[in-house]
Design a protein around this ligand. Structure first.
Ligand code: NDP
Ligand code: OXD
Length: 314
C-alpha cells in the first residue's frame, strides 16, 4: 500500500523525501497534477497527504484509510463535495506554524500601532513630521478565531501591552485576554476592536464574515488583518469601507482567488498591504514528524490525532 501526495503549491518531492527519511519503508507516490495520470493503481493508495485536490480525486481511491492536510486549514480539502466522509481527515497543529502566525500578526499590528503607513508616506515626500505616540494600552486588538493560532498570537500581543479580546465558538480562559463567544456576543466583541485580526477557519458560518454590516460595528478608523481565508472577506464591502475612510487600512494574506489577479484593486490600493499567503507556512522538517505519527497510528489501527470534524468544517 502507498501514500499519495497531491499539492499544487508545495514542493511535493521535498515532502516525499522528508517522509522517506522518517519511514524508509513507506511507499510514497507523487501525483504531478491535473493532466497527469495517477502514479499507480488507485487501489494501492491507503493514505494521502493533500492540498486543494481536484474534485473526485479522493473519492476515486477505494482503499483510502486516512487523509492528512498540508496545513492547519482543511477548507481546501472539504470544498470537494465528494470527499469520502467516512475517511478521517487530520490537520497540522504545530508550534512552528503558530509562532510564524504570531510573528505575522504582531508585525502588522505594530506597523499600524506605530503609524508606519503615515511615516512611509511622509518619507516619500521628504516630510519630517512628528506624530503623537499612542500607548499600546489604548489600542484593542480583537482576534476572531482563538484556536491553535489565535491563542498564541493573543498572548504575544498581551506581552506588548495591548488590550486583547478574542472571539470563538466556545468560551476561552487566557490570561489577559477577554473572551467573547458565540453569535450573540459577536457584536459586542466587534465594538471593541481598533484592530480586527481574522484567524478563523473557513466554514459555512464564517464565509463572508468581514462584510459591510460587521465592518460598520467596528470603531471608526479600525484596521483589518486577514490571515484566515480570502472568502472570509466580502471584497467590495472592504474596499467600500477603505475608500470611505471608515477603515484606516488592511493587511491581507489570503484571497478568494489565489494568486491575486494582476488587475485586482488590492495590489495598488494605498491602504492595503498584500502578502502572498505566507503568513505562516508548514515547514516539512517541523511538520512531517506529526504526519509520521499518524501514519504509524493508522498502520497500528490506533485512533488518529488532530482529526477535524467534517460536520463543522474545522
Ligand atoms: P483552530 O481550529 O485551532 O481554531 C479555529 C478557531 O476558530 C477556534 O477558536 C474556533 O472556536 C473558532 N471558530 C470556528 N468557527 C467559529 C464560528 N462560527 N464562530 C466563532 N468562532 C469560530 O484553527 P487554527 O488556529 O489552527 O487555524 C485557523 C485558520 O488559520 C485555518 O483554518 C486557516 O484558514 C488559517 N491559516 C492561515 C495561514 C496563512 O498562512 N495565512 C496558515 C495557517 C492557517 P472554538 O475554539 O470554540 O472551537
Ligand atoms: C494553512 C495555510 O492552512 O497555510 O496551513 O493556509
Amino acid at each position: 500500500m502507498a501514500l499519495l501526495i497531491y499539492t499544487p503549491v508545495h514542493d511535493a518531492e521535498d515532502w516525499a523525501d522528508t517522509l522517506r527519511e522518517h519511514l524508509p519503508d513507506l511507499d510514497v507516490r507523487v501525483h504531478r497534477g491535473p493532466g497527469h495520470a495517477m502514479p499507480c493503481d488507485p487501489a494501492e493508495i491507503d493514505m494521502a497527504l493533500i492540498w486543494k485536490p481536484p474534485a473526485g480525486l479522493l473519492a476515486s481511491l477505494p482503499n483510502l484509510k486516512f487523509v492528512h492536510g498540508f496545513g492547519a486549514g482543511v477548507d481546501n480539502i472539504l470544498a470537494d463535495k465528494s470527499y469520502p466522509r467516512h475517511v478521517p481527515l487530520a490537520r497540522v497543529v504545530d508550534a512552528g506554524l503558530a509562532n510564524g502566525m504570531a510573528e505575522y500578526v504582531v508585525l502588522h499590528v505594530l506597523r499600524f500601532h506605530r503609524q508606519m503607513q503615515a511615516m512611509q508616506f511622509n518619507q516619500r515626500n521628504k516630510t519630517w513630521k512628528w506624530l503623537p505616540p499612542v500607548d499600546a494600552s489604548e489600542r484593542t486588538v480583537g482576534i476572531m478565531g482563538m484556536g491553535a493560532l489565535g491563542a498564541v498570537a493573543a498572548k504575544r500581543l498581551v506581552d506588548f501591552g495591548f488590550q486583547v479580546v478574542g472571539w470563538s465558538r466556545r468560551l476561552k480562559a487566557i490570561d489577559g485576554v477577554a473572551s467573547f463567544h458565540g453569535e450573540e456576543q459577536f457584536e459586542g466583541f466587534l465594538r471593541h476592536c481598533n484592530l480586527l485580526v481574522c484567524l478563523l477557519p473557513l466554514t459555512p458560518e464564517t464565509r463572508g464574515i468581514i462584510c459591510r454590516r460587521n465592518l460598520s460595528l467596528l470603531p471608526r478608523g479600525a484596521y483589518i488583518i486577514n490571515a484566515g481565508r480570502g472568502d472570509h472577506v466580502v471584497e467590495a464591502d472592504l474596499l467600500h469601507a477603505l475608500d470611505n475612510d471608515y477603515l484606516s487600512g488592511a493587511t491581507l494574506d489570503v484571497f478568494a482567488e489565489e494568486p491575486l489577479r494582476e488587475d485586482h484593486p488590492f495590489w495598488t490600493h494605498p491602504k492595503v498591504t498584500v502578502t502572498p499567503h505566507n503568513a505562516a507556512d508548514s515547514i516539512p522538517a517541523l511538520v512531517v514528524p506529526q504526519i509520521v505519527e499518524n501514519i504509524q497510528r493508522c498502520r497500528a489501527g490506533k485512533p488518529l490525532l488532530r482529526i477535524v470534524d467534517p460536520a463543522v468544517g474545522y
